[in-house]
Design a protein around this ligand. Structure first.
Ligand code: 0GY
Length: 296
């Protein structure tokens, strides 16, 4: 039990997700998920913008098995700030079947970075979503980027589509592989071939170091569950255009969903619609995440 009070209206993760009809390939990776707390062991950060429910490593491993996946990439969420203890604890208990993306401050020491690497961290996350974090000055991020590059890590960026024009030049100046969370959060009420999503596609097309997670239909959709059909054309466009640079994840435990809690089984059942061939699904779920997260 957490000693923290959840944000009012907070939706807990789905207690009994359906068993997906779609069976993922052997060795499939859920490349975007989080652990929260438990808050009595791993306290939430004082600067957090929300307080979630607990979502422990054991609950995550149970979901992985239930959905027919083999591995996880854990992404540090803003509610834990730059204290990666819960993430590291989960990685250490995963027997090599999980990797991590941490949040670090510029004053992080080389020894601390090395300890994160030893635990299985392979990247840092820069978050530009205004409701989640206070604005980050760019210079310290550039400094961090150059330091983590030496470890062979990459950068995960999270932003909303309307902020891409302003952030574009900064993003393309980053010196590592850059993974975009949730396709840069397109407005799916706009056309898939409209100017907003076109800018994201241009970012991907003109910068071969850019990858994208084709995740979070539950966050982007106006239509909602179980099919989230309005998100499919966006995700499919990205998968078919950049098949070697896409990742997929559940985003369990789905922070900050307001209208409904996603059934993770439904999310898995969408995969064949966004990656319509076996070859695309093998790349999306196995080959690409293995290349990025398990090369050492
Ligand atoms: C996600 C999305 C969200 C939250 C965070 O770090 C976070 O707090 O990423 C969100 O609220 O959109 O990927 O988990």
């Amino acid at each position: 039990m957490s000693r923290f009070e959840k944000t009012p209206g907070w939706l807990d993760w789905h207690p009994a997700p359906s068993i997906p009809g779609y069976i993922p390939p052997v060795g499939a990776v859920d490349a975007h998920c989080h652990v929260f707390g438990p808050g009595d062991i791993f306290p939430f950060a004082p600067e957090r913008k929300y307080t979630p429910c607990d979502a422990s490593k054991d609950q995550l491993w149970a979901l992985r098995d239930h959905l027919g996946f083999s591995r996880n990439v854990l992404v540090q969420a803003t509610c834990h700030g730059a204290d990666n203890s819960a993430l590291v604890d989960a990685l250490k208990s995963a027997e090599g079947m999980a990797r991590g993306v941490a949040t670090v401050k510029p004053q992080v020491t080389d020894a601390e970075l090395q300890a994160l690497d030893d635990a299985g961290v392979r990247g840092v996350r820069f978050n530009f979503v205004k409701r989640l974090v206070d604005a980050l000055p760019k210079e310290p991020l550039v400094e961090i980027a150059h330091r983590i590059k030496k470890l062979g890590w990459h950068i995960v960026i999270y932003f909303e589509a309307q902020d891409l024009p302003e952030l574009y030049d900064f993003f393309t100046s980053l010196p590592t592989i850059v993974v975009v969370d949730h396709m840069g959060r397109p407005d799916v009420f706009s056309p898939v071939d409209g100017p907003e999503f076109e800018l994201f596609l241009k970012l991907m097309a003109e910068n071969e170091n850019f990858w994208s997670k084709v995740s979070c239909p539950e966050r982007l959709s106006g239509e909602g569950p179980p099919h989230y059909s309005d998100v499919i054309p966006f995700a499919r466009k990205v998968v078919e255009s950049f098949p070697d640079r896409v990742l997929w994840g559940t985003d369990w435990p789905h922070p900050n969903l307001k209208s409904h809690m996603a059934d993770d089984g439904h999310l898995v059942d969408i995969i064949p619609h966004i990656a319509p061939t076996n070859e695309l699904r093998q790349k999306l779920l196995v080959d690409n995440p293995m290349k990025l997260y398990w090369k050492k």
